[in-house]
Design a protein around this ligand. Structure first.
Ligand SMILES: [Fe+2]
Length: 225
């Protein structure tokens, strides 16, 4: 289920049921050589699409969550009615979570035409240095979170009570469920890297720095504050 061109990816966090797969704001091959075209294709058109369909299927018979946006559902996950069966709760946690996680992931990446690692600038850069001591120390912590997350999950840079924090989560759990707002995230499920990197998750994580769209991360940082 693809939305038409006029529906921006940013709208995903405000989407209500029925959810729709958003377009990626660049072509599948545009993140080469860091993330390959085939991985992007399968990841978006099959994995992400499956989360969208899973969310819609799981919630179709339960109107209570239909008037809440994806992010409202995740933020309020612990307050969902106990009348909702586990299947519907799992549809929120796993599939609405998966949908919004992937939407963020596509948007916080962008093609790299210079072959150089990108760094944040301005206020976000200053805040990262102030919080972690240096950009390199932030990078170390983020890479450690991504490489040590056991099994499937995500590593995040979040805002938690006004402070920047590096964290990670299992499966498709979203920092929103713990009251945090994610501004940067990397998918470390094997489907995100296995075709190109096989078991070398660390190499995939190291190359992530080349494709981060720091302008978008900064936009999310400002919006979340
Ligand atoms: Fe994924």
């Amino acid at each position: 289920m693809l939305m038409n061109e006029s529906n921006e990816i940013k709208a995903v966090e405000k989407q209500v049921y029925p959810f729709a797969l958003n377009n990626i704001p660049y072509s599948y091959e545009d993140l080469e050589p860091y993330i390959d075209k085939e991985t992007m294709n399968i990841h978006h058109s099959r994995h992400h699409d499956a989360y969208v369909n899973g969310a819609n299927k799981g919630l179709q018979d339960f109107p209570e969550p239909h008037n809440k946006s994806s992010v409202e559902l995740l933020k309020g996950f612990n307050d969902l009615s106990t009348d909702l069966p586990d299947s519907a709760r799992n549809a929120v946690r796993n599939h609405v979570g998966g949908h919004t996680n992937h939407a963020l992931f596509w948007e916080i990446m962008a093609p790299n035409s210079t072959g150089e690692e990108r760094r944040p600038s301005g206020e976000l850069s200053e805040r990262i240095t102030e919080t972690f001591g240096s950009f390199d120390e932030f990078k170390n912590q983020f890479e450690a979170a991504a490489t040590t997350r056991f099994g499937s999950g995500w590593a995040w840079l979040v805002i938690d009570k006004g402070e920047l924090k590096v964290t990670s989560s299992a499966n498709q759990d979203r920092p929103y469920m713990g009251g945090q707002t994610p501004i940067l995230g990397i998918d470390v499920w094997e489907h995100a890297y296995y075709l190109k990197y096989q078991n070398k998750r660390g190499s995939y994580v190291s190359n992530f720095w080349y494709v981060i769209n720091w302008d978008e991360v900064a936009r999310r940082y400002k919006a979340a504050r």
